[in-house]
Write a protein that binds this ligand. Structure first.
Ligand SMILES: Nc1ncnc2c1ncn2[C@@H]1O[C@H](COP(=O)(O)OP(=O)(O)OP(=O)(O)O)[C@@H](O)[C@H]1O
Ligand SMILES: [Mg+2]
Length: 270
């Protein structure tokens, strides 16, 4: 059994919006190199969870440990500075900027850097953006056009290329292929497999169970603002996951010894 420590450990994370209990007492763990999927019905609290752990919103309570150190991100930029890249469900791109400006937003490449007198290296940013985007397979005619005129799928690919290109410690994708066609979805899944090969841990939120079972080592099930259980992909099946999502299966009915085996197997697989 290895003694590797979680990359990310979250305990008792809670967020209520007035009377809406978006998330209550969420406990979550991501091990080095692990790819975890989050599933759950609409409104189950998945995106809230992502916004809370990446500094886009502040929780009411709860703790977050990154590499064993307690952190509290003030903003998504703060999380990015610490190697955590996120593609939000609502993308968070600048509509009026072109593709390279969006990809390098907040970390522009400069030719001369004298503080306020820095000169941007547009050529380098354009070339790197083209190569990062080519991995997604998306076709964008003119990189210098603003995002305003682009399709949902094209925008999604810009956000994914940016996150995959810069992720150092971990990457979080909230429904990354929801707006993509079949070919682009396959390319994005290849990018995710590439991150797996590079050992970059990942959290993916998806309603697509085929995708979840193809990509994830472990599945966390959210239901009505709570994380009700997690299952190793190799020890569950789509029917069981659907039952847990809808409430047809009570997580307490799953054999406790199975949960114990899951923990041990997890330790052995990392
Ligand atoms: N800013 C907000 N103010 C009030 N309520 C909110 C806010 N954001 C989310 N909620 C509520 O919190 C709950 C969880 O929402 P969340 O967006 O996390 O769901 P989700 O699991 O990501 O759903 P989906 O699969 O549709 O993306 C919902 O009931 C939602 O209406
Ligand atoms: Mg969501």
């Amino acid at each position: 059994m290895t003694t590797s420590k979680p990359v990310l450990e979250i305990s008792k994370l809670t967020k209520h919006y007035g009377g809406v209990k978006a998330l209550t007492d969420a406990n979550f763990r991501l091990m080095p190199g692990e790819h975890v999927a989050i599933v759950g019905d609409n409104g189950a609290g998945k995106s809230t969870f992502v916004r809370l752990i990446t500094g886009a919103e502040q929780p009411n309570s709860g703790d977050l440990l990154l590499d064993g150190k307690k952190v509290s991100f003030k903003s998504p930029l703060d999380a990015r500075d610490q190697g955590m890249e996120t593609v939000y469900q609502t993308l968070a791109l600048a509509e009026d900027l072109d593709v390279p400006a969006n990809i390098f937003l907040g970390r522009e490449i400069t030719r001369i850097n004298l503080g306020p007198l820095s000169i941007l290296n547009h050529k380098a940013m354009r070339e790197q953006s083209t190569s990062m985007l080519s991995t997604t397979g998306v076709k964008i005619q003119d990189m210098s056009e603003s995002l305003r005129g682009m399709s949902g799928g094209q925008r999604q690919c810009v956000a994914i290329a940016r996150a995959a290109g810069f992720a150092k410690k971990l990457i979080i994708l909230d429904e990354p292929t929801a707006a993509l066609g079949v070919a682009e979805t396959a390319r994005v899944e290849q990018i995710i497999q590439g991150l797996k090969a590079r050992g970059i841990p990942l959290i993916i939120i998806s309603h697509n169970l085929r995708q979840v079972f193809d990509l994830a080592d472990r599945i966390y099930v959210f239901r009505q603002g709570r994380i009700i259980c997690n299952r190793l992909t190799s020890q569950t099946n789509p029917q069981e996951i659907v039952g847990l999502i809808t409430g047809a299966i009570d997580p307490a009915s799953l054999a406790p010894e199975h949960a114990k085996i899951t923990e041990e197997t997890l330790e052995e697989t990392v």
